[in-house]
Design a protein around this ligand. Structure first.
Ligand SMILES: [Zn+2]
Length: 161
């Protein structure tokens, strides 16, 4: 007796899930500074000296609460310590659209920081990327910045002088 093949059962729907997120004073200061001046603010734990970029409110190592007074301009340059080329369509959560691919994505440690930031990299050829290579953030002009990570379109290799 043959078994009847059933079609898979599926339901599709769109769900609207609005929410509000309180980012706290440290992240708020970071995004305000990015929008107004284009500067990156890191934060240094006053107990252990660990430097975080992006900044965070609590030191992950010693659990000390950090304050706005410990934030400082950390600059735009760092090293590219991890890298991949994304060759797969992903929905960009910022736009709801599929991000054009391929694109480079990397772990960047700003000079003076002890932590990494994951962000886009303006390179899709792995042969052109060396571990630890110097990169610099590209920042949108002041009138185009909104105080979000989209104000930093990508990092690019620093030109050799
Ligand atoms: Zn600490």
């Amino acid at each position: 007796m043959s078994q009847k093949k059933e079609e898979p059962f599926s339901i599709s729907w769109l769900t609207d899930l609005p929410y509000r997120y309180s980012m706290g004073p440290i992240a708020l200061r970071f995004f305000e500074e990015l929008k107004e001046t284009g500067k990156f603010l890191g934060i240094k734990c006053k107990k252990c000296g660990k430097v975080y970029f992006p900044p965070r409110a609590i030191c992950a190592d010693c659990l000390v609460e950090m304050t706005l007074d410990e934030m400082f301009d950390i600059g735009h340059e760092g090293t590219l310590d991890g890298f991949t080329v994304v060759n797969y369509p992903f929905v960009d959560p910022n736009t709801g659209e599929t991000r054009p691919f391929p694109y480079g994505y990397g772990a960047i440690k700003l000079l003076g920081a002890d932590t990494w930031m994951l962000h886009f990299v303006d390179e899709t050829d792995p042969d052109k990327v060396k571990p630890g290579m110097r990169v610099k953030a590209v920042i949108k002009p002041k009138g185009e910045r909104k105080g979000t990570l989209e104000d930093i379109p990508y990092f690019r290799a620093v030109e050799k002088k």
